[in-house]
Design a protein around this ligand. Structure first.
Ligand SMILES: [Zn+2]
Length: 174
C-alpha cells in the first residue's frame, strides 16, 4: 500500500482488527520513510450485478427492488418477514454465484418465479401475473396448469415440459 503522505510504495501494517460486525477489517499502517500513520479498511467487494432489460437497457441490480416485488406478491400471505428475507438472500446468492455479471430481466423473473412456486402458490401467481403482464385468460390457464403439474408427486420435471413459455433458461434451479 502506497503511503498517501509521501508516496513511498511500501508501508507496514502495525495492527489489524475486525470492525464491530466483522464485515470489515481495519489496518493501521505506518510509513517507514516519512513516519506517518494511516488506516485502511478492507471489506468484501461483491460483484456488481447488472440487469439487462427487454429493450436492451442495462440497469444496476437492486436488492431492495427485488425484495419489494416479492413483498408485494407475498402481501397478506402467511409468510414471515424473516422467511422473505431468507428468500431474497438466497436469490441474491444464486445470482452472485452464477458467475455472470449481467442477467437478462427475463432470467431474473424466471428465477424468482421458480422460487416462489415452491413457497406459496398465491404469491407465485401474483408475481407471475405482474411479471408476465398477463393480457389473456390463456396465460392464467398456463400458469395454473404448470402449478398443478409441479404439485404432482413423482413428476418433478413435468413442469419443464409444459411448453415453450415454461423454459427457464440457464438460471434453472441448480
Ligand atoms: Zn510516507
Amino acid at each position: 500500500m502506497r503511503c498517501p503522505f509521501c508516496g513511498h510504495e511500501d508501508t507496514q501494517v502495525k495492527d489489524s482488527r475486525p470492525n464491530e460486525d466483522a464485515a470489515a477489517i481495519r489496518r493501521r499502517r505506518f510509513c517507514p520513510t516519512c513516519g506517518q500513520r494511516f488506516t485502511t479498511i478492507e471489506r468484501v467487494q461483491l460483484r456488481e450485478l447488472v440487469v439487462i432489460k427487454v429493450d436492451g437497457r442495462r440497469v444496476p441490480f437492486e436488492r431492495d427492488k427485488l425484495a419489494k416485488s416479492i413483498r408485494i406478491a407475498m402481501r397478506k400471505r402467511p409468510i414471515h418477514e424473516e422467511r422473505i428475507e431468507r428468500i431474497v438472500n438466497g436469490l441474491v446468492r444464486q445470482l452472485e454465484a452464477s458467475g455472470e455479471n449481467e442477467i437478462p430481466s427475463k432470467q431474473l423473473g424466471e428465477l424468482v418465479m421458480d422460487t416462489l412456486r415452491e413457497v406459496d402458490a398465491v404469491a407465485y401467481v401474483r408475481f407471475a401475473s405482474v411479471y408476465r403482464d398477463f393480457r389473456e385468460a390463456r396465460d392464467f390457464e398456463t400458469i395454473l396448469v404448470s402449478l398443478a403439474t409441479a404439485a404432482s408427486p413423482g413428476q418433478p420435471d413435468a413442469a419443464a415440459e409444459a411448453g415453450p413459455d415454461e423454459s427457464k433458461g440457464a438460471m434453472k434451479r441448480a
